[in-house]
Ligand binder design. Structure first.
Ligand code: MF3
Ligand code: CO
Length: 247
């Protein structure tokens, strides 16, 4: 069931979403060669708590950390740990915060020092995919137009779209209907309504779209071990466009 939020509910979502945005910005200032992903997790956890929110990921289906930190060939859901971040890595940070009875969700991919031209382009194109997706998005837009826009931009740039993971609705639950794929056929799917709140989150691979799910139960890696990037915001569908809550 897809929930349509009232203006009052959307107002309640502003705070967890702003906390997601600020945590991502803060973690971006802390990512550098030599730090471990566990250290970033601790910083994010403490920051989210200091803002009076709960890190939604911690304990979600048994997930053991407050953020997902996915390095290079890791697509999403990398579990923070002893891995030391190195110059030339790209690190995707994905996190959710819960406050006022609602969740916010966002992700960014950061370059560590000087990274390859391919990785630079991958980060840029992944962000652009999000902005292409929202360009003409408003009440009445068919749901799969989002994926069609993401897929077109990714593939035009020689990259590929992860199929096995999708964006989602969000609200009182971290994952609500509808599923929001990053691929699809323009003009198809349900028509979005004003007041729906969704997470649009392109996951773009430098090589092929195939991914593997690792034995740790969480980490998703590219099958060809080429790099992958992730960019996500929580957005409200409006009559005349969208409102981005995590920017
Ligand atoms: N933003 C991520 C998602 O939508 C949140 C994952 S939290 C985890 O999948 F607990 F599932 F890792
Ligand atoms: Co999400």
């Amino acid at each position: 069931m897809i929930t349509v939020k009232t203006e009052q509910e959307i107002d309640l979502m502003r705070e967890p979403c702003a906390i997601v945005r600020d945590t991502l910005t803060y973690i971006g200032t802390k990512i550098r060669a030599g730090v471990t992903t566990a250290e970033l997790d601790k910083l994010a956890h403490d920051y989210i708590k200091s803002r009076g929110a709960e890190p939604s990921c911690l304990g979600y289906c048994g997930y053991p950390a407050s953020i997902c930190a996915s390095v290079n060939e890791q697509v999403v859901h990398g579990i923070p740990g002893d891995r030391v971040i190195r110059e030339g890595d790209i690190v995707s940070i994905d996190l959710c915060a819960y406050k006022n009875g609602f969740h916010g969700d966002g992700a960014r991919t950061f370059a560590v020092g000087e990274v390859s031209d391919e990785k630079k382009k991958l980060i840029r194109v992944t962000e652009e995919c999000f902005f292409k997706a929202i360009e003409n998005l408003r009440a009445g837009t068919p749901l799969y137009d989002i994926g069609a826009s993401v897929q077109k931009h990714a593939e035009e740039n020689g990259f590929s779209v992860v199929r096995a993971l999708v964006g989602h609705g969000i609200g009182r639950e971290m994952h609500e209907d509808p599923s929001v794929p990053n691929f699809g056929k323009r003009g198809t799917g349900i028509r979005l309504k004003a007041g729906m709140v969704i997470c649009i989150e392109p996951m773009i691979n430098a090589g092929s779209w195939q991914v593997d799910f690792l034995d740790d139960g969480w980490t998703v890696e590219t099958h060809d071990r080429k790099p992958s990037a992730h960019y996500e915001n929580t957005v409200v569908i409006r009559e005349d466009g969208v409102e981005i809550l995590t920017l």
